[in-house]
Structure formats: C-alpha cells, structure tokens
Design a protein around this ligand. Structure first.
Ligand code: 4AD
Ligand code: MG
Length: 432
C-alpha cells in the first residue's frame, strides 16, 4: 500500500511504500539510517544488513543525497526518538532517479550560495518548516474572515492607479496605454466594500523600492480587508483580533515546525488582544526620552525607532494618529485633531517592524478631491471611478493591509523576509 510520511502513523505495524528523496544518511558496518523526505514530512528509514542481505544494504549505503526512490518497509513506533514518532524498517529500495553532486550538502553554506540555489534550498528542513507556517497563516486568514462574514474579493494586478505614491511603481505597457503592477488593492477594495459590506483580498503586490533591508521585498503578498460602516476604533479591533488568531493558529497547528525553527514559543503565547495603542506624538516623545536625537516631529520611523517602541511592549503596538503630511492621500483627517489622520501602523514585537498599515478612509467627496489634487493625482479615468465611491451613498469605512512575509518572519522568528516567500524578488535578484 502507498502512503505519505505524514500518514504513516495510520499504518503502524504494516508494510507501506513511499515515494521520497534521500535528505541525508549515516551508516555503520551493520545498519544504515536514511533520512527520507517526501514533501509531507521527514522520516527515518532503517536498513539492517542482517535483515535485508548484503546487496540491498550496499545499495542503501551508496545512495546519494536527493536521489528519488520508492522505499518499502514496515512502519514502527520509534518511542518518540523523532518528531514523527514512527520510522520504517526498510525491506526494499527502488531508485527512480539518482542525484549526482547535489550542491547543498549538510555543511554550512553562505547566504548568496543558498539564494542562488533557492529552488533546491526549499527542500531543506528549515525552509520546509517556514513554508508550512506560511501556509497555515494563509489558511487561518481565510478561516478568520469567512467566520467574520467577509467576502473574498480579488482586485486587479494590472492597474492604472497608484495608491501608495508614484515613486515606487513598476511600469508596463498595456497595449497603447501605461499600466502599473498593483502596489495595493485598496482602492478597488473600497469600491468592493460598497457592494459587499466586508471584503478581504489576498494577493501579490509590487514595490519598486530601492530598499535592501531584512524587511523589504520587491514582490510581497498582502491581506487587505476593507469594511463599510467601520470607524478607526472598529478597524483596530479587527486588526488585533485577526493577528491574535494568526498567532494562535500557528501555535496550535505548527508547533513542531516552530520548535524545529527554534522559535521561543513563550513570547508568542503572550499575544492576546487588545494591543497597546500609542499616538504618533507620544511615540516621538518616547523616542526622544530614549535618547534618539535623530528623530523630529514629522519624520517617518526607521527600523531602530520601530524596534525601540516594540521593545517596550510584549504585544504588537499600534502607532496611531500620524501627521497628515507623511501619510497617503486617502486617510481621513481626525475631526478632533486637525493635521492628523485616523490611521495606524502595527509594529510587531522583537524588531520585526511594521506588519500592518491601516486607516479610516476619507469619505467626503470634496475633501478627497482636494487631497488628490494636492498629491498630483488626476481626475481622469485612473481615479474617476474611485471618486465615485464618494458620490453615490458614501459611508464611513476603514481597512488595512497586512504584509504576509513580515508576519511569517515574526511568527517563525526567521531573521530575513527572503526566507518567508518561496522565490523572493529582491533588489538585485530576479532568479531563480
Ligand atoms: O503600509 P502599506 O504600504 O499600506 C498599504 O499598502 C495600504 N494601502 C494597505 C491598506 O490599507 N489596504 O503596506 C501594508 C503592509 C506593511 O505594513 C508591510 O507589512 C507590508 O505591507 N509591506 C511590505 N512587505 C515586504 N516588503 C515590502 N517592500 C513591503 N511594503 C509594505
Ligand atoms: Mg506602511
């Protein structure tokens, strides 16, 4: 009977055949231990010379790393020696394809080398674990928003508009017209919220940012919920409940992966809504008290500033009420605090930086138009439709965008976002 490694516990005491690759091996004169992987998991296969005979034993000893094969044997409980809890007593090995000189060996390799070999590096245990956690956060996202009555909406990737400023756009020709790769689906999600109430998107977004940091990708994936009739405070509540759900889901369903990655689970276990909230003005004061003299009112925060604020709290922190001048055109001005907007950045703990940007949106047609003109955004076809959302039954509404890769980096404890996406696009890397 065929099985996958993930399912072997269902076949204890029985013989199964598994299609797999050789991840690693070690052997003595009498016994060989094969580390097998099949995508669904990792398992130890044991080849005992006395049981299988000289020929199969020598074949097992000679297997090269990443050779693909069908292995057959009886599944045994291993008394908890491996994370899987079961191993295979191998009775047959049928090689499908022999791998010669696999470049990623069990010794340590440099980052550039691993990035050049990303297509192969993905097969390693740690990378496998990160992808499993990423998948869990995607699953938990759909679960959370479906449960809360949101409708999944897919905004276009090829667009004519630039919600987050025109300096970081990827330009392309759209037949005779100019188009850009989407920086954010937000403007479309606002229109969709007027049709379906509560909506969320999950898709790739692109920023031609010349940033080379551990938090920046050129192509990254964003979850963008948008809610009609939600004000700033309700928006913050959705964010803290959603992020808490992500952390709890990873802890519940990915404990072995997080342990393999060496994540300190005690810090994740402390994540619980509500999250602390501080206003931008208070954050500036706090930073000055902490001895940062490179920051002035009106500046955006850099990584050291975000980290200092995060380190003062055990949970993610909202920084709210930013000066209008340093935020995008669509944010609603705080009626009680002119010059400031009803927005938030959510800063993850432990130096992982901003994982969410959100705001209540300007819902007044004239005010929005004034802002758009001030930002040199025209009223032509590219934005006319967006302005119309404020012409026909405009309502207070709010939304946010959560960057998946930064969230995966924080939850897994992986240092750099390049390991949190299967094939990262970085400032100087388009391959593999
Ligand atoms: O703060 P940002 O730019 O917000 C928006 O795009 C809004 N339109 C979202 C909305 O309200 N619907 O981006 C949102 C999040 C950031 O907090 C960060 O997590 C992630 O997207 N992000 C990046 N992640 C990786 N690499 C980059 N270059 C990123 N830029 C933003
Ligand atoms: Mg932001």
């Amino acid at each position: 009977m065929k099985s996958t490694i993930r399912d072997v516990h269902k076949h204890a005491g029985k013989e199964v055949t598994i299609g797999c690759w050789l991840a690693n091996k070690r052997s003595s004169g009498k016994i060989a231990f094969l580390q097998l992987r099949d995508g669904s998991g990792f398992m130890q296969g044991v080849v005992v010379k006395e049981a299988v005979g000289e020929e199969l034993f020598q074949k097992a000893k000679g297997l090269t790393q990443e050779t693909s094969m069908w292995v057959t044997g009886v599944i045994k409980e291993d008394g908890g020696r491996t994370a899987l809890g079961h191993e295979m007593e191998i009775s047959n090995i049928e090689v499908i394809h022999e791998a010669i000189d696999y470049p990623i060996t069990p010794k340590a390799h440099g980052t550039d080398f691993l990035m050049d070999n990303r297509h192969l590096w993905l097969r390693s245990k740690r990378q496998h674990a990160v992808m499993i956690v990423r998948n869990e956060l995607i699953r938990a996202t759909y679960e959370f928003f479906n449960e809360e009555g949101f409708v999944k909406i897919d905004p276009p990737i090829l667009t004519g508009s630039a919600p987050e400023g025109t300096t970081e756009l990827f330009h392309t020709k759209y037949f005779e017209e100019d188009a850009y790769l989407s920086q954010s689906g937000q403007l479309y999600m606002e229109a969709a919220a007027m049709a379906l109430g509560k909506v969320f998107s999950f898709g790739p977004t692109f920023r031609a940012e010349k940033s080379k940091t551990r938090r920046h990708l050129i192509e990254f994936w964003m979850m963008e919920p948008e809610m009609a009739f939600y004000d700033h405070e309700m928006n913050l509540q959705v964010q803290e409940n959603y992020v808490t759900h992500l952390v709890k889901s990873a802890l519940k369903n990915c404990r072995p992966e997080l342990e393999l990655l060496g994540r300190d689970l005690s810090v994740l276990e402390k994540i619980e809504a509500p999250f602390p909230r501080i206003r931008y003005t208070e954050a500036i004061e706090f930073l000055k008290e902490q001895g940062f003299d490179d920051i002035e009112f009106g500046d955006d925060f850099g990584a050291p500033h975000e980290t200092a604020i995060a380190n003062a709290h055990a949970r993610p922190v909202f920084i709210t009420h930013w000066p209008k001048d340093i935020k995008p055109f669509y944010m609603k001005e705080d009626p009680e605090n002119p010059g400031f907007v009803l927005c938030d950045d959510l800063i993850a703990p432990e130096g992982y930086g901003e994982i969410i940007g959100g705001s209540q949106r300007e819902d007044d047609y004239e005010k929005l138009l004034t802002e758009m003109r001030a930002h040199n955004l025209d009223e032509s076809d590219a934005y006319k439709w967006y302005l119309e959302t404020r012409k026909f039954g405009s309502v207070p509404h709010s939304g946010f965008g959560l960057g998946l890769e930064r969230t995966v980096a924080w939850i897994t404890g992986v240092e750099h976002v390049r390991e949190t996406i299967p094939f990262p696009r970085l400032l100087n890397r388009l391959y593999p």
